[in-house]
Design a protein around this ligand. Structure first.
Ligand code: PMT
Length: 399
């Protein structure tokens, strides 16, 4: 299992009495699989919806329910849990628990633990939408924000009570980036970073185009990692099948010429530019208005050079701006990488081997050789998410 942002983190998951507790069982399972130390604290009413046994099986740890757990003998559980937590999640959060937290009341172990912690607290309300929109609940939620808690708004949709409206507990993919950000060092806080990702598509006619095997994963993992560490990320992306990362401004483009325009439009305002996109070097000299008959194709494949976006960025680089390139090589990684580092006036280049099955295009993992003017470091073979963090660590040092 590749280590993740959650590995080793002590996370208290507070579960209260809502049918959405069943969804949180999935969240606990995911956190435990990512090797977080998960301690579940349930309110008595939560145990009406799901059993402590379910959560102890999924988390691998004892589940806490009452303040004075006879068999646990841990009469100070709230202090121990609160003091040692890296993150406290309250999900689902009922109107009752939200009211307790807003009033600083501590009628149960969960609310007591939250008063005893100084870790980030993230509250995920889930309830009938008429309850959720009631002024008293809304005022309580405002009070939580004043206490520096993070409140994740519920989704719109049909709830267990068959009513439609705002009150559904969000899906894991929506809350995961927020949880990860709350336990990550914010060493890129407010740094503006422009990242390019994916292939470009160079049209030949309305049906055909020239492109390459880039899936966008490397660039999207970089954008997610930078946003998690507090950066203000603009992602210029060619066509991919990936969902835009949460908390990232995503600009979708098709061709190299489109990407050139989008990058140049945003380059000036960004402190760091990381170009992981696989930009096509050539396009069709002409784009046929009609689909070309198959026996005429060869006549239409005259190519023209595309702008070298990275080279142009190197020419325009402002003082204090960091320019990071990628190089897709199949051999001589260091020699070829250094050539591009110098020719394009880069501060850093990540060279990856696209000739092996488990690195480069489309893979979930990668291994990059990081080159700067006077340094060469072969990063470990690991996930593109972890590779992104290692590249950003180097960017932080250069900043
Ligand atoms: O997207 P994935 O499936 O995860 O695959 C990741 C990746 C293999 C695409 C990525 O890790 C990678 O290597 N990206 C760079 C691919 C590429 O175009 O490499 P290159 O050596 O041809 O180009 C060198 C650099 O110049 C790159 O930063 C590229 O963005 C840039 N370039 C290239 C051509 C061009 N016309 N304009 C450019 O800016």
């Amino acid at each position: 299992m590749m280590s993740s942002v959650y590995t080793g983190k002590r996370i208290v998951v507070g579960v209260t009495g809502s049918i959405a507790a069943f969804k949180v069982a999935g969240w606990v399972s995911t956190l435990a699989k990512e090797e977080a130390q998960v301690s579940v604290v349930m309110t008595r009413s939560a145990t009406q919806f799901i059993t402590p046994l379910t959560f102890s099986s999924l988390s691998g740890n004892k589940v806490h329910v009452d303040m004075f757990d006879a068999e646990g003998g841990e009469t100070m559980a709230h202090i121990m849990l609160g003091r040692e937590a890296d993150l406290v999640i309250v999900a689902p959060a009922t109107a009752n628990t939200i009211g307790n937290l807003a009033g600083g009341l501590a009628p149960d172990l969960l609310s007591t633990t939250i008063l005893a912690t100084r870790a980030p607290v993230i509250v995920c309300p889930a309830m009938n939408s008429r309850m959720y929109t009631h002024p008293a609940v809304q005022n309580n939620l405002k009070r939580l924000v004043e206490c520096n808690y993070t409140v994740i708004d519920p989704d719109e949709g049909v709830m267990a009570c068959k009513e439609d409206g705002k009150g559904r507990l969000p899906e894991w993919d929506q809350v995961d980036p927020i949880f990860q950000k709350s336990i990550s060092k914010q060493d890129l806080k407010a740094v503006k970073i422009l990242i390019t990702a994916g292939p470009t598509r160079e049209a030949i006619d309305p049906a055909r185009f020239l492109s390459n095997r880039s899936s966008g994963k490397m660039g999207y993992r970089l954008a997610e990692a930078a946003a998690r560490r507090g950066a203000e990320v603009t992602l210029v992306s060619g066509p991919t099948a990936l969902a835009p990362p949460v908390g990232v401004r995503c600009v979708k483009v098709q061709s190299a010429v489109d990407m050139h325009a989008a990058v140049m439009q945003h380059a000036e305002e960004n402190k760091v530019i990381i170009k992981s996109a696989a930009v096509a070097d050539y396009r069709s000299r002409e784009i046929a208005a009609e689909k070309i008959k198959k026996d005429k194709i060869s006549e239409h494949l005259e190519l023209a050079r595309n702008p070298d976006i990275l080279f142009e960025l190197g020419q325009r680089k402002k003082s204090g701006q960091l320019l990071v390139g990628f190089a897709a090589e199949s051999s001589n990684l260091e020699v070829e990488g250094r050539k591009k580092l110098e020719a394009k006036n880069l501060d850093l280049i990540a060279v990856n081997n696209i000739n092996s099955d488990d690195t480069g295009f489309e893979t979930d993992n990668n291994q990059v050789l990081l080159l700067s003017a006077n340094d060469a470091e072969m990063l470990p073979f690991t996930s593109k998410a972890q590779t992104s963090d290692l590249i950003l660590d180097r960017v932080c040092r250069l900043l």
